[in-house]
Ligand binder design. Structure first.
Ligand code: PLP
Length: 468
């Protein structure tokens, strides 16, 4: 029944199918959602399925699953495939450790700690720093918020909060801040959304003004979530200026670098996170800019005491040997925890820190290709800014929502839309470091050809009329 060797043969065969599909159909055959259960046999049945049928249904699933590693996928803040990271993740699945104790994870503990140690060194956190691998960027934000809460109100953990705690983030920050405020017992109404400037960065003076007002009102400013790479525009909040304020008022500063925090690896772009060493915590997603498989999120904490204070719990049945430094469950949210570190380690080990830098720089190079193209073509309006890998634009007044949907439904290319200060636009993300200049130019080519063949695509002016 269960034989890993023969299943790995099948696995290789299926991967061949996938790679062939990616070449032949870079945008997968799309099944309309309401036809899904008729199109593929996804049913689970009483009886076993014979091998050939089993293989056939797996192929069906692969063929129609959206292809995120191809040169026509620009929809999300991830894409492409770093094969050395895939190798590590496949090994992690087969090894199937849980990261909570040295007893069951062995050297995998050292692998995780080495990534954390190197990352802390790179950003200038000192000898008291440490970190962990949460389930993603949203969870990293959550862990940071809980640490900030506990640092401000030491009874919050045991008795619940004694006063309303106030937290701050920019209007452009990730939506997990909203959910996390409710999960952490802070309350969504206690978030202050600070205005951003014309290029999407939090305005420090507006932050300070709000902090002062809250103090006057007898409230407790507790936590600032700043962003290194906002989800839509890829903007970087000015960390040094924000740190001046958080230090002055004793507020926890978290830098959410889920999207673009990996600029720490680039000599050319790390200036975008100047002041990062002054933060209390910082998170980044290796599954975004660095191209590892999902999910691979790292949170670093300037003083590991906070990680212990907020997340450790004694459990005699679990922590029986080896001491706290090797029993990583003492600083994680989960109990059983998947090994997300190995895939990042195999990538980093094989390409070196210089290789990670190249991966990051390539994305900015591709962004510049797109920016140059848009700027030299009067049919385009540009809405994003330099030093961002989110290229936001509109083409010939075509309604971006209609355009992106039509491109997807017609299997031309997969790209999304976004909005900033009320303006909606197409958002092209150049995060796939496997791409080259030709792939970016090809995106514009296929989009323009599609638009030319479909002159009836809704125009922006019409869209406004319809809404009014
Ligand atoms: C993607 C993103 C997140 C969420 O990360 P997940 O791993 O998807 O939970 C948080 N913050 C920012 C700025 C992001 O871009």
């Amino acid at each position: 029944m269960s034989d890993i060797s023969s299943d790995l043969v099948l696995f290789n065969e299926l991967v061949e199918v996938l790679i062939n599909e990616e070449e032949q159909h870079p945008v997968a055959d799309r099944i309309q959602a309401d036809k899904l259960y008729d199109a593929i046999d996804l049913s689970l049945n009483e009886t076993a399925m014979v091998d050939e049928e089993f293989k056939a249904v797996l192929k069906d699933v692969i063929v129609s699953t959206p292809k995120t590693a191809t040169n026509l996928f620009f929809n999300q803040l991830f894409g492409g495939r770093q094969s050395k990271a895939v190798l590590g993740d496949l090994l992690a699945v087969v090894l199937n450790n849980s990261m909570y104790t040295y007893k069951v994870a062995g050297p995998q503990v050292g692998i995780e700690q080495e990534i954390i140690r190197q990352s802390c060194n790179i950003i200038g956190y000192g000898s008291k720093s440490n970190g962990t691998f949460p389930t993603g960027g949203s969870m990293s934000n959550y862990m940071a918020l809980v640490m900030g809460r506990d640092a401000k109100d030491s009874h919050a953990r045991t008795k619940g909060m004694s006063k309303p705690l106030i937290i701050y983030t920019s209007k452009e920050s990730h939506y997990s801040n909203d959910k996390n405020a409710s999960f952490a017992g802070i309350g969504r109404d206690n978030i202050r959304y600070i205005k951003s400037d014309s290029v999407g960065r939090m305005i420090p003076s507006a932050l300070e003004e709000q902090v002062k007002k809250d103090i006057e009102d007898g409230l407790v400013p507790t936590y600032v979530n700043s962003t290194a790479g906002t989800t839509v525009l890829g903007a970087f909040d000015p960390i040094n200026e924000i740190a001046d304020i958080t230090e002055k008022y004793g507020i926890w500063l978290h830098v959410d670098g889920a999207y673009c925090g990996s600029v720490i690896f680039s000599e050319k772009y790390k200036h975008l996170v100047d002041g990062l060493e002054r933060s209390d915590s910082f998170s980044y997603n290796a599954h975004k800019m660095l191209g590892t498989p999902l999910t691979c999120s790292i949170i670093l904490v300037n003083d590991k005491k906070h990680l212990h204070d907020s997340f450790s719990n004694d459990a005699d049945y679990l922590y029986q040997t080896d001491g706290d430094d090797f029993n990583l469950g003492k600083t994680s949210f989960q109990c059983g925890r998947r090994n997300d570190a190995l895939k990042f380690w195999t990538l980093w080990k094989s390409v070196g820190t210089k290789g990670l830098e190249q991966i990051v720089d390539q994305q900015f190079d591709l962004a510049n290709v797109a920016l140059d193209y848009i700027r030299s073509n009067p049919d385009y309006t540009l809405y994003s800014f330099d030093e961002s890998i989110s290229i936001c634009f509109n083409y010939k007044n075509i309604d971006p929502t209609a355009l992106c949907t039509a491109l997807y439904e017609n299997k031309i290319t997969v790209v999304g839309f976004g909005a900033f200060k009320g303006q909606v636009f197409v958002r092209l993300v150049t995060i796939n470091a496997n791409n080259e200049k030709v792939d970016i130019l090809n995106f514009f080519k296929v989009m323009e050809e599609f638009a030319a063949k479909n002159p009836n695509l809704k125009k922006v002016a019409e869209a406004v009329q319809v809404e009014a």
